[in-house]
Design a protein around this ligand. Structure first.
Ligand code: COA
Ligand code: NAP
Length: 268
């Protein structure tokens, strides 16, 4: 049997693919033979990520783009298609987060996260459609437990990621007949990431989170990248429209335990 995780010659696009979890996802596909295109706002981060990705020996390109800008996002998908070919795997991972109670953020603060997560995912999906391999392409949206577990100081992120998961489900229904699968992956607390630096910035908060994860540890970026390799592979060929938690069981209820502790410690 051929290796289901051989991505040789496949084209993978990752929004927000220049750091953290999304960069690890890009690396995982590149290590397994894929040609990779990454985008984010910072040109420095784009340059560094592309250089790193090239070290796997394959093709890697990148663009400095804000996913809130439809025209620019559209241009990166067009360029990706021109330079690398039809897109096999589309990952929407660009996102924004900060911890603040609803009354501690402005309307623009709330909007900025909605715009990056929800509008950004729509812009990526809408711009990519004509360049997706049909049949066979797969879209993976990076969600979060906040999409289904309400979390204090995360009203903007809860609303945004719930929106992302609904985009997943509707796109899966609309695109299934064309042979395109669409799924979300919902990471739990992942070590060594900007996300967790923002949400659990002290030793005490970190321990509180660990204690509320049934598997008793933070996840690794590799845990999420591995799930993406599976999700995009023929091993998952009958899987579409789901939200797959890769969270050590955190979403089963532990989020509310760490939530209560965070509230106390952050002093809100
Ligand atoms: N608490 C309350 N409001 C905050 C905030 C905080 N910690 N951080 C930012 N905001 C508000 C700003 O005050 C601003 O509102 P205002 O114009 O009414 O003052 C609004 O959010 C936008 O901030 P700005 O810095 O201008 O926006 P940006 O588009 O440059 O950045 C963010 C977007 C705010 C999401 C920023 O945190 C970011 O770039 N995040 C990307 C990285 C990240 O979040 N990684 C974690 C994984 S998701
Ligand atoms: P990260 O390193 O900050 O990743 C976010 C990426 O998105 C960066 O590359 C950032 O680069 C880019 N980005 C942000 N705003 C953008 C915009 N407007 N346009 C284009 N790109 C933009 O954080 P992370 O913690 O690894 O998070 C990655 C993903 O996992 C996110 O979707 C997050 O919600 C999800 N997640 C993370 C955790 C966790 O434990 N960390 C848990 C659950 C879900 P630029 O700054 O260059 O734009």
């Amino acid at each position: 049997m051929s290796n289901p995780f051989d991505y040789t010659g496949k084209v993978v696009f990752v929004s927000g693919g220049t750091s953290g979890i999304n960069l690890e996802i890009a690396h995982a596909f590149a290590r397994n033979g894929a040609k990779v295109s990454v985008i984010s706002r910072s040109q420095e981060k784009v340059n560094a990520a592309v250089n790193e990705l090239k070290s796997h020996g394959g093709e890697a390109i990148g663009f400095s783009t804000d996913v809130r800008d439809y025209a620019k996002t559209q241009e990166t998908l067009k360029q990706t298609h021109e330079q690398l070919g039809l897109i096999d795997v589309l990952v929407s991972g660009a996102a924004g987060n900060f911890a603040a109670p609803a009354m501690g953020m402005s309307a623009n603060g709330f909007k900025s996260v909605i715009d990056i997560d929800v509008m950004g995912t729509f812009h990526v999906l809408h711009s990519a459609f004509e360049y997706l391999r049909k049949p066979g392409a797969c879209m993976i949206n990076i969600s979060a437990p906040q999409a289904y577990n309400p979390m204090e100081f995360q009203m903007h992120v809860c609303a945004a990621k719930a929106g992302v998961d609904m985009i997943t489900r509707v796109a899966a229904m609309e695109w299934g007949a064309m042979g395109i699968r669409v799924n979300s992956i919902s990471p739990g607390p992942i070590d060594d990431t900007e996300g967790m630096k923002r949400l659990a910035s002290t030793k005490e908060l970190r321990q509180l989170v660990i204690d509320s994860v049934p598997l008793g540890r933070y996840g690794t970026k590799q845990d999420i990248a591995d799930a993406c390799l599976w999700m995009a592979s023929p091993m998952a060929s009958y899987v579409t429209g789901i939200v797959l938690p890769v969270d050590g069981g955190w979403g089963l209820g532990g989020t509310s335990v760490s939530n209560a502790g965070m509230k106390k410690m952050l002093g809100f």
